[in-house]
Design a protein around this ligand. Sequence first.
Ligand SMILES: [Ca+2]
Length: 140
Amino acid sequence: MRKGIYALLAASMAMALYAPALPAAAAPQPTRPQTVRPMDPDGLLWAYSDANFSGRSCSWGGDSAGWSSCGFNDVASSVRNNGYTGQYDAVRFFKDGNYSGPSMCLSRGDSWSNLANQRWSDGSNANDSISSHFWTHLCS
Ligand SMILES: [Ca+2]
């Protein structure tokens, strides 16, 4: 009997030792992706080929005169400005390459989950049409 108690104690101690690792290992996994979960700022502009931040993605820390360099010319259906707070933390998008044509601006920390609901400065639909962007001071 005494041997059994020691074995039980040893088992309890072993479990206590491993207990800190258990919550992470046993954490419930989401049944589907949390596509609209806020992200910590990473200093990047993110673009996605599909709505709700899904499909292929591309990100930029600086300006881009042509999104074709990322295989993203006229492709984006959702975007997220995940930039750091600073002097140049808003993003101005352009319908054409080389920062030309109609534009629209997205403030830091903001996102458009479906560009089909967004309009360019000329009123045209913004889905599958972004071709360039630069970082700027303010959206105004
Ligand atoms: Ca375009």
